[in-house]
Ligand binder design. Structure first.
Ligand SMILES: *Cc1c(COP(=O)(O)O)cnc(C)c1O
Length: 767
């Protein structure tokens, strides 16, 4: 990057193809780099040409475009371990076939042609699977090509080298074996620039002359009007394929990257040896991990490391899933959460390798259709369904990976997922959960979802509405582009946005704390009244569609520039303050999530009871509000204290109860009542004169690691909770609850309230 900067500030690069010195500099730099890049892959520039493209996918698309535009229709074959971008070519073909190992085997051994095709064919395969690092021989190219020739047809080979090139030498030195078209992305080797290449054999490039589209730079002459006609550039193949202005500065950066890579890492072979060594170590360590009952912890899908399995070539990628001690899958969504606390970034999901993942995870097409219909989507926060897992964890090692990285990763898996000490959810020694005495220690609301809390003053009776405490999560911030709600997960600074309710003036006052407040006013305010036009503070809004927990909702966003700027400048993200009109929908999903939690944590017995109670009190029709999962969130001081003891004994940094962002903190009144996690057992409570129904334990994410005073991210309390309060690989702390309206004559006419100091009575609890 430093060399690139130096290049940029010392040289002036013009738009290529002019006579000026700056333009000439660009042109020559581009042509030098083209040759350098070919040489980097040992490709003879007389025999190959290199077309600069945006990325590997763009290279594949260019090949697909050209094949579609040949006079003859084409057949497309692709290996099942192909990347999605390679699979997509099939939609341009007249017919296509996904080849499995046995079919390929019989094809390349020449013993049988599994699928006899006529006319023009294209066969695509990866040099290395990006899912599990499995490598495929370059020699397939000429075997398949030769076989077709013998049968009087023509098959061209499209090699996807994107995954391979990052840790191995792609060697196109053998012209007989070399594929017709090779695609790759340079960022996978160098990190920068974002640029790709299509390397083509000149003797196969005649196909590209049939491409229909032309753009600036790829034609020698264009006639319009009555005689439309054009002549493509006729020099090197790339001249008629690089439409528009080339990314000159990126190409220059590539030149720098190629030179500097050699200085930093020596040769690709050296990188290859280094990464092979590391990945073998990673594989051996992960495969030897065992739970206390001696069952394996990792199911590994990268098979080539295994000495037992002969002949498989393997790149430095380990793809796997984690099993608990009973052999059930651990969700990778949870895995990533815990990895985040240790600052480990891994890739999980189906890794753009749909057919490989389906094959390794034994997923039938019908099952995949079913989960799609059930709402599962690529990039979702869900990966388990009916006991099966739909994603994998992938660890890829590169030139800059170290022994320490590998060892740290393995100890992380050991610490969090090996079941010896990690035994989870203590349902121990809670004596009689109804006999405990509690009172309300503090109350807090969060007027703007995911922003700072407003402590309710101790001497105030605060209204409890069917949808929660008054003014709690009435507003939210949404991204101006996507309409998605912002959250502290991505924008921890939201903790420093402190809204305050001014009951007298009937306004919500918002201040921002911390350093970067100099470019914004000290505070702004909006009226509390949802009906802006009828009050003294008319404020214009526009409706925006947003999504909270998968439910589409319509929010009213404030359009005043001062308001938009206030949040956008402070958070450094274009965003809008919005308000939810009362009476939306979507509660059913929230209630069901809460029920699910209760079920998961071992309360299956009262699920029916819960549903019945819910319909009794008729909260199904309750309007949506923004606290993602329940109207009111409660935590127990005794549980916080207990957790802090555990954190201290592990030499961690103690946490404040505020990280849990509860509405109600309950405090045990005497020493007998100091029972951590007794709240898990409660079913119904009375606080003051009001009755509440428990809706289940609250599932936690790494948002609880954000210090609400400083907006800093810590490891705790998630690390300790992960080891002490985990069920089905999910972490729970605190409980959801909602208010139940008593239908007696006297209660109907009074407003239900809650106050700091109110006495808590446990009406029902599970024994
Ligand atoms: C990364 C990758 C691609 C896609 O590369 P882009 O840069 O996203 O176009 C295709 N195939 C394989 C094997 C890859 O690893």
């Amino acid at each position: 990057m430093e060399k690139f900067k130096e290049d940029m500030i010392t040289n002036l690069y013009g738009n290529p193809h002019s006579a000026s010195a700056s333009s000439q500099l660009s042109s020559s730099r581009i042509e030098d780099t083209r040759v350098m890049a070919l040489q980097f892959f040992n490709a003879d520039p007389d025999f190959f040409d290199l077309v600069f493209v945006a990325n590997a996918t763009a290279g594949i698309k260019l090949v697909a475009e050209v094949f579609r535009e040949q006079q003859a229709c084409f057949n497309y074959g692709y290996h099942y371990e192909s990347h999605t971008s390679l699979i997509g070519v099939r939609e341009s073909a007249q017919s296509s076939h996904c080849w499995n190992d046995a079919e390929i085997e019989s094809l390349v051994s020449g013993s049988e042609i599994a699928h006899k095709v006529h006319g023009l064919s294209l066969f695509g395969y990866p040099a290395q699977s990006n899912m599990n690092g499995r490598r495929f021989p370059l020699s397939w190219s000429h075997k398949i090509r030769d076989l077709a020739k013998k049968n009087g047809t023509r098959t061209y080979i499209l090699l996807d080298a994107s995954s391979l090139v990052s840790t191995a030498q792609l060697d196109l030195g053998n012209k007989i074996v070399a594929p017709d078209f090779t695609v790759l992305s340079f960022y996978k080797i160098f990190g920068f620039p974002d640029l790709g290449a299509l390397i083509l054999r000149r003797d196969s490039s005649h196909l590209f002359r049939r491409r229909k589209y032309f753009g600036g730079g790829t034609v020698d002459i264009v006639l319009c009007n009555s005689q439309p006609w054009h002549a493509l550039k006729s020099g090197h193949p790339h001249e008629s394929l690089e439409d528009g202005t080339l990314p000159t500065h990126s190409i220059s950066a590539l030149n720098t990257a190629i030179c500097d890579y050699k200085r930093l890492y020596g040769s690709m072979d050296q990188v290859s040896r280094h990464t092979s060594f590391l990945s073998l170590r990673l594989f051996s360590k992960l495969s030897s991990l065992r739970h206390g009952n001696s069952r394996p912890v990792c199911k590994i899908y990268s098979k080539g490391f295994d000495k037992e399995i002969d002949g498989l070539m393997q790149g430095p990628i380990v793809a796997f899933n984690i099993l608990d001690k009973n052999g059930s899958w651990i969700s990778n969504v949870e895995f990533e959460k815990f990895a985040g606390t240790r600052k480990i970034h891994v890739r999980t999901g189906s890794l753009c390798s749909p057919a490989s993942v389906a094959s390794y995870l034994n997923l039938e097409p019908q099952e995949l259709r079913e989960i799609f219909l059930a709402g599962y989507r690529c990039g979702d926060q869900r990966d388990l369904h009916a006991g099966k897992i739909y994603s994998v964890i992938r660890v890829s090692l590169g030139a800059m990976s170290s022994l320490e990285d590998v060892d740290k990763f393995v100890s992380f898996v050991e610490e969090f997922f090996v079941d010896q000490k990690v035994n989870i959810i203590n349902k121990k020694s809670i004596k009689n959960p109804t006999l405990v005495k509690f009172s309300v220690e503090s109350l807090k609301i969060y007027p703007i979802k995911s922003c700072g809390g407003f402590p309710i003053p101790p001497n105030i009776n605060w209204e409890v509405k069917p949808e929660g405490l008054a003014w709690d999560r009435e507003w939210l911030l949404i991204h101006q582009g996507t309409g998605q709600p912002l959250s502290q997960k991505l924008y921890p600074k939201m903790a420093l946005i402190r809204p305050r309710i001014d009951i007298q003036k009937r306004i919500l006052v918002i201040e921002c704390h911390g350093v970067s407040t100099c470019n914004i006013p000290e505070f702004i305010s909006v009226p509390l009244s949802p009906n802006h036009l009828s009050c003294n503070h008319p404020i214009e809004t526009m409706t925006r569609i947003s999504k909270v927990c998968g439910d589409a909702i319509i929010a009213n966003a404030y359009t005043k520039p001062e308001i938009i700027n206030f949040f956008s400048v402070f958070l450094e993200v274009p965003c809008l303050l919005a308000r939810f009109p009362a009476g939306g929908s979507g509660i059913s999903s929230r209630i069901s999530t809460a029920q699910q939690h209760k079920h998961q944590i071992g309360f299956a017995s009262d699920q029916d009871l819960l549903c019945q109670n819910l319909s009794d009190v008729n909260i199904i029709k309750r309007p949506i509000l923004l606290s993602n999962e329940s109207p009111i969130l409660m935590i127990n001081r005794a549980s916080v204290d207990h957790l802090n003891e555990q954190i201290s004994s592990a030499c961690g940094k103690q946490i404040s109860a505020s990280v849990f962002r509860a509405n109600i903190v309950l405090r045990p009144e005497d020493i007998q009542s100091h029972q951590p996690y007794c709240e898990d057992k409660w079913v119904r409570l009375k606080i003051g004169s009001q009755t509440y129904q428990m809706l289940g334990s609250c599932r936690r994410c790494y948002m609880i690691c954000i210090d609400q005073d400083t907006a800093e991210r810590n490891e705790e309390p998630l690390v300790t909770l992960a080891k002490t309060r985990r069920f089905d690989s999910k972490v729970y702390f605190g409980c959801h609850m909602c208010h139940i309206k008593n239908d007696t004559e006297s209660d109907r006419n009074t407003t239900p309230t809650i106050q700091v100091g109110d006495i808590v009575q446990i009406l029902d609890a599970d024994s």
